[in-house]
Design a binder for this molecule. Structure first.
Ligand code: AHR
Length: 524
């Protein structure tokens, strides 16, 4: 009898419970007006010698019991192949400006300490050949950052010759003796990292002098990269929006405008983490709506930051030859309790999925200037795609956003208009909805819609002009709570599920859950 009463009470409560009405949103897409190309390199990754980002995350060694190919984890490779990683930035970060490439080649590696990240032993077991093997296994390209801080132009020039020479130079022969006769492709070259801080605390003028010299002497000799597919050189750029950073952009871009044949750059890097304040204090798991709203509000500042630096770049490079490359971005929270503080270990929640989608959409809207971005960092560090613990591996909510966004790689931006509405929490007022659309190479229209509101569902009415839209389907990512995470024990708490639109009166209607990221393709 008692059980019966409980069931009846529950049914009555469910019927009487206030249903949160779906917010109606009209979204218009003009598929006949394609804009800039959304470069696949906006979906780049960053892997630094930091914590368990490389060792354990990628590299376990060939004698490990963890299934591997020449020392590189098979599970991680399979997962990364599925998100079509366009490039991986390596070996840092701050680590790059203390890295000496000779330590990491040949049978005898030089063992050092990693002073930037926890002062731990750096075995250099993972060096140039292992990185290139990894890149090859996941089907990606190399973005190598050379040591402009403590190294010399000659050291960097030798590294590039070692990696890329096809003719029988001493360095080419040394590479061949290390089992790689064919030259490697280096798609991107970072000329230092944060040279205004951990990269050597330089003034913009001093950096510029050094950078010009590196730009001239560090050459790529790969015959496949001399005419077409030339290596892109990325100079250090700003790390924020204050005058110190606008001065930096001014100095580098003004010099670029007058550059001669003897030096050149193809990109200016920008670093911007979502952190609210230093040192990072926000929890990555076990937080509430206050922290959700504040982090999302802060992450949206990326748009203004890009506008600010793009405006300076436009003055000196109106043809937009130099790309703005946001090669470090993502959430940076307090280290997980009990972890090594220098390893930057954090969990990854539904909030990070929303944050990732909002930033990727911002980059896409600036695709004419922003042609590269690398989330920090790929595995086990900061806003990671993948977390590992010995033989265990789990894919994060951010990983799934990257997977859902694969169709946007090298697609063409299509304008979307909508009334975002607002989500209010305490002192925070944020746009409730964000959206982005693009046409993939096969002519398909893809639409992404983020519902930032953690409580209210949204009913989206899609009007697609320029094509005869009949239906739309794809995937949606949501979770029970904003701080829901995937763990080794419960890996499927935040995973995408199928979604499709219902056709109604010539329009397509999509029902979006609160705090969700959705990607659909429109069928004609
Ligand atoms: O991603 C962690 C660190 O953040 C990088 O090494 C450095 O470039 C930045 O300050």
């Amino acid at each position: 009898m008692r059980a019966f009463l409980v069931v009846v009470t529950l049914i009555v409560m469910a019927i009487a419970a206030p249903r949160v009405a779906a917010q109606k949103v009209e979204l218009s897409i003009d598929a006949s007006k394609p804009g800039a190309k959304i470069d696949r390199n906006l979906f780049g990754q960053f892997a630094e010698h930091l914590g368990h980002g490389i060792y354990d995350g990628i590299w376990v060694g060939s004698d490990s019991t963890i299934p591997n190919t020449r020392g590189i984890r098979n599970d991680v490779v399979t997962a990364l192949k599925a998100i079509h990683v366009p490039n991986v930035r390596w070996p840092g970060g701050c680590f790059a400006d203390g890295y000496h490439w000779r330590d990491g080649i040949g049978p005898q590696r030089v063992v050092r300490l990693n002073p930037d990240w926890g002062g731990v032993i750096e075995s250099n077991t993972f060096g140039t050949h292992e990185f290139m093997d990894f890149i090859d296994q996941i089907g990606s390209e190399a973005y190598v950052s050379v040591n402009l801080g403590s190294g010399s132009p000659q050291e960097a020039a030798d590294w590039l010759e070692y990696m890329t020479a096809a003719q029988a130079t001493t360095l080419e022969k040394e590479r061949a003796a290390n089992w790689h006769p064919a030259p490697y492709k280096v798609a991107w070259l970072g000329l230092g990292n944060e040279s205004w801080d951990c990269g050597g605390n330089m003034t913009p003028e001093y950096y510029l002098d050094r950078m010009k010299s590196f730009s001239h002497f560090v050459r790529n000799y790969n015959p496949a990269q001399t005419e077409k597919n030339q290596m892109l050189k990325i100079a250090v750029g700003p790390g924020g929006g204050e005058q110190r950073w606008t001065d930096w952009t001014e100095t580098v871009m003004k010099a670029y405008q007058q550059h001669t044949w003897s030096w050149d750059i193809n990109g200016l890097s920008m670093h911007s983490y979502t952190v609210v304040k230093w040192p990072p204090a926000f929890k990555s798991v076990g937080f509430g709506e206050d922290e959700y709203a504040q982090i999302i509000k802060t992450t949206l500042d990326m748009d203004d930051l890009i506008k600010k630096h793009s405006a300076i770049m436009d003055k000196y490079d109106p043809q937009k030859k130099v790309a703005l490359v946001v090669d470090e971005w993502g959430s940076w929270y307090a280290p997980l309790p009990g972890s090594n503080l220098g390893f930057l270990v954090q969990q990854n929640s539904m909030r990070d999925a929303v944050l990732a989608a909002l930033n990727l959409n911002i980059f896409a809207r600036h695709a004419d200037r922003v042609r590269g971005a690398n989330i920090a960092q790929m595995i086990n560090v900061l806003q990671a795609m993948i977390l590992t613990d010995h033989e265990k591996m789990v894919l994060t909510p951010t990983y799934y956003v990257y997977k859902m966004y694969v169709p946007f790689q090298d697609s063409t931006f299509v304008p979307v208009t909508f009334d975002a509405g607002s989500y209010k929490h305490g002192d925070f007022t944020l746009p409730r909805i964000d959206a982005m659309a693009a046409k993939s190479k096969d002519g398909k229209v893809w639409v992404e819609i983020t519902n930032v509101d953690p409580h209210q569902p949204a009913e989206v009415e899609l009007n697609v002009s320029g094509i005869n839209a009949k239906s739309a389907s794809g995937e949606t990512l949501t979770a029970p709570k904003v701080d829901s995470v995937n763990t080794f024990e419960a890996p499927n708490t935040v995973v995408p599920k199928p979604i499709s639109a219902r056709a109604q009166g010539g329009k397509l209607i999509l029902q979006l859950e609160p705090k969700s990221v959705t990607v659909v393709s429109v069928e004609q």
